[in-house]
Design a protein. Structure first.
Ligand SMILES: [Zn+2]
Ligand SMILES: [Zn+2]
Length: 227
């Protein structure tokens, strides 16, 4: 697949894990090479609770036409939050505080898979003040059922909020399944609600099973904990 930069359209996958998340075995160099090979123009690395994956991929990237966004995914009391353009790890697990920490760093906050049918992954927005809403809603996530992605899209439209898409990649076959397409700079496109999103959500069960075994192999000492 060719890069899209010739026609001015950029294609980024905004939700990816590396082996710095226990549920993934994807090596930073492999992710970077594959992302370029399949025609992505950029990728956000969003490991659970750490920037180490993003920093590792960014360090390996020597291509100025490929952007690596350092980020993280944080579990909170109201769902999973992605932070993009981060400089330091997020400390809090309280949703409103996490959003504020990302804002303080000049980052962009995204509510990940808001309708994924898991109690801790579901976006609980009851009683949330408008000031504490994330900047963006993830509307395509390849590990989330199609109906849940459709609901996320409808929520973004109802609230008139920017949309993003990311594959929630944990293994190579997942990369690039969901993409955010835009012109110019990603940050501007997101904040001006100028992104287009697309994706497929067929990796949910297979991907989740592989993540289960990846995590179990860490617990059983068959694989070292990410460090
Ligand atoms: Zn998540
Ligand atoms: Zn994730």
């Amino acid at each position: 697949m060719m890069s899209n930069q010739a026609d001015g359209q950029m294609k980024y996958d905004l939700h990816n894990h590396t082996h710095y998340s226990t549920c993934s075995t994807f090596k930073p160099l492999h992710l970077l090479k594959l992302a370029k090979k399949i025609g992505l123009d950029g990728a956000a690395i969003t490991d659970h609770n750490t920037l180490r994956g993003g920093l590792a991929v960014r360090k390996l990237n020597k291509d100025k036409n490929f952007e690596v966004i350092v980020g993280s995914e944080r579990y909170t009391d109201r769902g999973h939050v992605l932070g993009l353009y981060l400089h330091k790890d997020i400390k809090s697990r309280v949703f409103e505080e996490v959003i504020e920490e990302i804002r303080q760093q000049g980052g962009i906050s995204i509510i990940a898979h808001p309708f994924r049918f898991l109690p801790r992954a579901y976006f609980k927005r009851e009683g949330l003040s408008k000031d504490s809403y994330p900047d963006v809603i993830e509307c395509f996530n390849s590990r989330t059922a199609p109906y849940a992605n459709a609901l996320a899209g409808r929520l973004a439209e109802k609230l008139d909020m920017p949309k993003s898409a990311g594959s929630d990649t944990h293994f190579p076959f997942e990369l690039g399944k969901c993409c955010t397409v835009f012109e110019g700079s990603l940050r501007e496109a997101l904040l001006k609600k100028k992104t287009m999103v697309f994706g497929r959500s067929h990796t949910a069960l297979f991907g989740a099973s592989l993540s289960f075994f990846a995590k179990a192999s860490c617990r059983m000492g068959l694989r070292s904990w990410p460090h």
